[in-house]
Ligand binder design. Structure first.
Ligand code: HEM
Length: 243
């Protein structure tokens, strides 16, 4: 679980950095989306990622079942929860299930409309490589903004515990380094989650610099205000900023 967990955190780091580009440049973000697209290397990476996630999830269930079997019906001798045991460590499976549901929604919002659409050759509201327009559309809907924020909060709890737990399982955590890794993990995961939150709120509130570049370009969908245009116009990326 530790190796797959760390690999998934590394993927999230890459994905978070990539998404931050969308805050500043529609063109830059779509260039990355086009580079990834449904090219063979991106499809291979997606399959590898799916395998990692699957192994991580299957192991989580196996370990939980083994733990429960080992402890019998009376799962704990001491049922008073010691203050030192983190809430997240006791709820990793529940958090994991919330994260999985969030991931399924996210894959439906983006992967299905982008990579999958390109593979099967269908085009929805936007081109499969216009990741910027898909982001604008998704976070224009308050229900998705709320669900994504709940998802990221669940991820924060899951990852802050998972980070040092993985380091400990691998055996890098000695007496002195135990607390240090905990703090490093909290800082790293908080920054990671803030990157995602910044993108969600930047688009939801219409304050991402890529939406309002102030370049004075005409909005070709009849909305005077560039921010409103970028939030509502189907061709927002090209129409408003031309970045
Ligand atoms: C601000 C939040 C996020 C945005 C704007 C975003 C954006 C995207 C986009 C545009 C894609 C499609 C890429 C493509 O198919 O070419 C994608 C795919 C994906 N995202 Fe996100 N994402 C966000 C958060 C997350 C988080 C928090 C996770 C992890 C828990 C995640 C995991 C994934 C995965 C696994 C895929 C499929 C990757 C693949 O096809 O290889 N995303 N995301």
């Amino acid at each position: 679980m530790s190796v797959t967990g760390i690999a998934l955190i590394l993927f999230m780091t890459f994905h978070g950095c990539m998404n931050v580009v969308a805050l500043f440049s529609a063109k830059g973000y779509n260039m990355i989306c086009e580079f990834l697209g449904a090219n063979w290397y991106a499809v291979v990476a997606t399959l590898a990622l799916a395998a990692l996630a699957l192994i991580h999830i299957v192991y989580a269930f196996i370990l939980t079942i083994q733990n429960r079997k080992a402890r019998g019906n009376n799962r704990y001798d001491v049922t008073d929860k010691p203050a030192k045991v983190e809430w997240a460590s006791q709820n990793m499976l529940v958090l994991g299930i919330i994260i999985l549901l969030g991931l399924l929604l996210h894959l439906f919002n983006f992967w299905y409309n982008m990579m999958f659409a390109e593979i099967v050759g269908v085009e929805g509201l936007h081109s499969p490589s216009d990741g910027f327009a898909w982001i604008v559309d998704t976070f224009n809907q308050p229900v998705f903004v709320c669900l994504y924020i709940i998802w990221i909060i669940a991820l924060w709890f899951h990852l802050t515990h998972g980070f040092w737990s993985a380091i400990q399982t691998i055996g890098w955590s000695g007496h002195i380094w135990f607390n240090r890794w905990k703090i490093i993990g909290i800082i790293y995961v908080t920054l990671l989650c803030l990157m995602f939150i910044a993108v969600i709120l930047g688009f939801a509130l219409g304050c991402a610099p890529s939406l309002c570049c102030g370049c004075g370009a005409e909005c070709n969908c009849g909305l005077g205000d560039l921010c409103e245009c970028a939030k509502n116009c189907a061709n927002a990326a090209g129409a408003c900023c031309g970045k």
